[in-house]
Design a protein around this ligand. Structure first.
Ligand code: AQP
Length: 340
């Protein structure tokens, strides 16, 4: 955990914040769209990362499964290189300020704004038997997550862009009504990997909750399974390895390879010019498997160390709560709530 005493030195840096819902396991999409960038930002920002377990309740979950998945996600983020010495890492539900600020922001957000969010519409269609208030309120809780820490930068995949824009609208509205209170955050959408698509349907994003196991890759998956899935990834007609709109399957694989290897799509096209899909798919599978091998090993070691996970999470939550209180107190005062 970052030291409280370092706060003055740390405050010269900008604040970067992001979260991930504990559903399934961290996917290749989550990794390239978000977690890999979090890891890279740790040195340059005051970084705050959390397991968004309150967000996960918007879909009905088995309680013991949610608990297990949340702990597993904590270990997966540590294994992906989130360093608790450099970043705050905690469970959202252990920092009550998130939910408290969300209530106040709810009273400053219009139903029309949340009900037109694409994710709300998609998830309502997927879970027609459980269109709960939390599902619609998801972006307001997300706004609270971000604004609570006066975040400058929010690294997310492209699917979260709309929610981020709503966060900015809420912040600006609140500041106009009550005076300068929140920093208006910027999103960071990575140039490569902001939307990794399903290996079985390259027109939709890779999603943790995809019921088809062949569609997603997990950061803790074994090498043989990763390579097998890439070998059976859906490609397009023709045989050219080029990034083109009419070739969503091959374009997705080029994006993955480029993001993993730190190359540009043009470099990838040149590297595989004249080679067939089979060779290319194998190369992508091997590159991903090589990247995830040490993550899987670290994860297995970390998951056994329950005390370390518990102490790290408690320390992260304590520090996050300490920082969050400052904004929450200010907000409560601004809206006219009693403080003694
Ligand atoms: N396919 C993706 N490509 C790039 N980035 C992605 N992210 C998610 N999917 C992709 C980014 O990962 C971060 C954490 O995601 P989340 O936990 O908030 O959930 P999500 O966006 O709803 O992702 P999933 O995998 O589709 O989850 P489920 O299936 O549980 O709904 C975010 O920054 C997101 O942009």
């Amino acid at each position: 955990m970052a030291e409280l005493t370092n706060e003055t030195e740390k405050s010269a840096k900008k604040v970067c914040l992001s979260g991930i819902q504990p559903t399934g396991t961290v996917t290749l999409g989550n990794y390239l769209g978000a977690v890999q960038n979090w890891q890279n930002m740790q040195n340059d920002f005051n970084s705050i990362f959390f397991i968004a377990d309150l967000h996960a309740l918007t879909v009905r979950r088995d309680p013991s499964e949610l608990k297990q998945t949340s702990l597993s996600f904590f270990a997966q983020l540590l294994a992906c290189g989130i360093n608790p010495e450099k970043s705050m890492l905690y469970f959202q539900s252990q920092v009550h300020e998130h939910a408290e600020l969300a209530w106040i922001l709810n009273c400053n957000t219009y139903v029309g704004e949340t009900s037109r969010m694409t994710q709300f519409k998609d998830k309502s269609a997927k879970h027609a038997d459980n269109i709960n208030m939390g599902l619609m309120d998801y972006p307001v809780l997300m706004a609270a997550d971000i604004l609570l820490f006066q975040s400058d930068l929010v690294p997310v995949g492209i699917d979260q862009k709309q929610h981020l824009e709503l966060t900015r609208d809420i912040a600006i509205r609140f500041n106009n009504l009550y005076g300068e209170t929140f920093k208006v955050p910027e999103g960071y959408i990575p140039p490569m990997g902001a939307k990794i698509c399903s290996l079985q349907d390259p027109t939709v994003k890779m999603s943790k909750s995809d019921p088809n196991p062949k569609a997603t890759i997990s950061v803790i998956e074994d090498e043989a399974s990763i390579i097998k899935k890439f070998k059976s990834a859906v490609t397009d007609s023709g045989s050219e390895i080029v990034m083109r709109e009419d070739k969503p399957g091959v374009s997705n694989l080029i994006t993955i390879y480029a993001a993993i290897e730190g190359k540009t799509p043009a470099q990838v096209e040149a590297e595989f010019a004249g080679q067939g899909y089979g060779t290319f798919k194998l190369a992508v599978g091997e590159a991903v498997a090589a990247k995830f091998k040490p993550i899987k090993e670290d994860y297995e070691r970390l998951l056994k160390d329950k005390t370390f996970i518990e102490n790290t999470a408690k320390g992260g939550a304590e520090y996050a709560s300490y920082i969050a209180q400052k904004t929450l107190k200010k907000v409560k005062k601004k809206v006219g709530l009693i403080s003694f």
